[in-house]
Design a protein around this ligand. Sequence first.
Ligand code: SF4
Length: 281
Amino acid sequence: MQLREKLRILADAAKYDASCSSSGGKKRDSVQSKGIGSNEGTGICHSYTPDGRCVSLLKILLTNQCLYDCAFCINRRSSNVPRAKFTVEELVQLTLDFYKRNYIEGLFLSSGIVKSHDETMEEMTRVAKSLREDHKFAGYIHLKLIAGASPELIAEAGRYADRVSVNVELPREDTLQSLAPEKRGDIIRKSMATFPVDVNTAERELLLRVPGLGVKSIDKIIAARRHRTLGLEDIARLTRSLDKCRPFLIARDWRPALSLTDDANLRAKLAPAAQQLDLFG
Ligand code: SF4
């Protein structure tokens, strides 16, 4: 199958992943009309970065083949839509080509599930890894995690992506059962659990990812928890920035509400307040 045909099928299949209102527009080109401007109708969507900028993304599926048969999904295995699958190399090249032409500032990559959760997640991660490491791509990358993939693969995806997210599909277990009975809510939720981490049991590497915890504080925490189960007061004594790390930690007497780490304003709550610079100094 030609790359352009794959692009048509897999960008179209991705438009149902609700993340943007501008995907699915018609392609227009001013070369023939001698007018001005053109747009690449296939697969461009928009998202907001943490600093509030709106960026254009190539929104695409690795594949629309899928082992599952979720009743609400155009890509379910019983659907008779045309199927396609990119190779990792094709997707990397496509992203670079779109980027160099100024069509996009980044990539939004999702996928149906082929062969296995791990194999699909691994291929998606290889796209991000190759962009970052082989091509020093500094653009934005959003990966849709494959719920059920191994924690190591999910952690690796997080190392290369600016943002990862999971489709919860349906909010209630009974509706999930009736429309997507092959899916399990607990497995979907588990793939979202990198935070909060338990300060009394988490490995050093995981604690190093907690905002506000530095190497020295973590060494003190690990030494102290050998002797007792740490509470919030202990952490306050062992770190300098309890306010910053508290939303990401579980301690003997503390468990953050889910809404804390889910809060869209989390950055604003934790980042230092903006200061007016002296314009005339
Ligand atoms: S697993 Fe995802 S892609 Fe596959 S049928 Fe269900 S919703 Fe669609």
